[in-house]
Design a protein around this ligand. Structure first.
Ligand code: HEC
Ligand code: HEC
Length: 191
């Protein structure tokens, strides 16, 4: 039985390779995005992730950060604050006043899981982490593309109010660079 199958397979392979030269040739696939272009696109993505508006909520330590200098959050706020009864939304309410030193407003304001660190990581580390669903809350690259395109906490970065700086790329350019990186096969820079 196995020998029969093998014989069939060999016959198929040799008949395929013996196709007449006049057989129509499929057009070559469009060139993929070059790896170098994908790596350059990821470096641009990383520059946004590590801008204050993003890394202040994706800190390496136990406390969120604040201001453009990314200093630890005032008033001793940490990851543990909500657990001991002080919700972020106590101060980060639905409607902000748009003034400096006033908490940014967003009803969903909270910290990501402790593995989702942007502060102090190299672009290579950030790249590896975004490709590991164990560290992205189960998101694959397609889901991450949706997240960076439309999540309200991501969009906050471009409308922070209070005279806060915005990330180095426009939101549209950030989303486009993210897509270029994915289309290039999500290549990572070397450290
Ligand atoms: C108020 C805090 C806050 C801010 C500000 C914020 N994030 Fe997040 N971010 C979160 C939370 C919470 C999650 C987890 C959401 C979930 O899993 O549903 C997250 C998850 C993510 C993820 C997917 C998971 C991963 O691997 O990290 C990406 C990508 C991301 N954020 C990018 C950004 C970018 C880009 C900015 C700035 C433009 C930003 N975030 C600003 C809170 C924030
Ligand atoms: C007691 C009030 C209060 C609580 C509770 C609070 N915050 Fe804040 N938060 C503020 C104030 C005020 C600011 C503005 C400080 C500034 O920008 O200089 C701020 C700013 C921030 C910023 C900086 C935003 C940026 O774009 O730079 C982050 C991040 C942040 N808070 C995260 C949190 C998280 C996460 C929690 C819950 C774990 C939380 N905060 C709980 C008052 C609070």
């Amino acid at each position: 039985m196995r020998a029969d199958l093998l014989g069939l397979a060999l016959a198929w392979v040799s008949s395929a390779s013996a196709a007449p030269p006049s057989a129509p040739v499929a057009p070559p696939p469009p060139p993929p995005v070059p790896v170098e272009e994908g790596i350059a696109a990821f470096r641009a993505v990383a520059s946004v992730l590590q801008s204050p508006r993003c890394q202040n909520c994706h800190p390496a330590g136990n406390a969120p950060l604040q201001t453009d200098a990314s200093v630890p959050h005032s008033m001793g706020i940490t990851r543990d604050s909500p657990r001991v009864g002080l919700d972020c939304a106590t101060c980060h309410r639905e409607v902000g006043l748009g003034l400096p030193l006033v908490p940014p407003a967003n009803p969903q304001w909270h910290l990501p899981p402790a593995v989702q660190v942007f502060e102090g990581r190299t672009p290579a580390e950030l790249c590896a982490q975004l490709k590991d669903p164990a560290q992205t809350g189960g998101r694959d690259l397609a889901a991450l593309q949706e997240h960076v395109a439309g999540d309200p906490l991501v969009l906050y970065g471009w409308d922070p109010g209070g005279g806060r700086s915005v990330p180095p790329l426009s939101h549209a350019t950030f989303v486009a660079r993210f897509r270029t990186w994915v289309e290039a096969g999500a290549p990572c820079p070397s450290p």
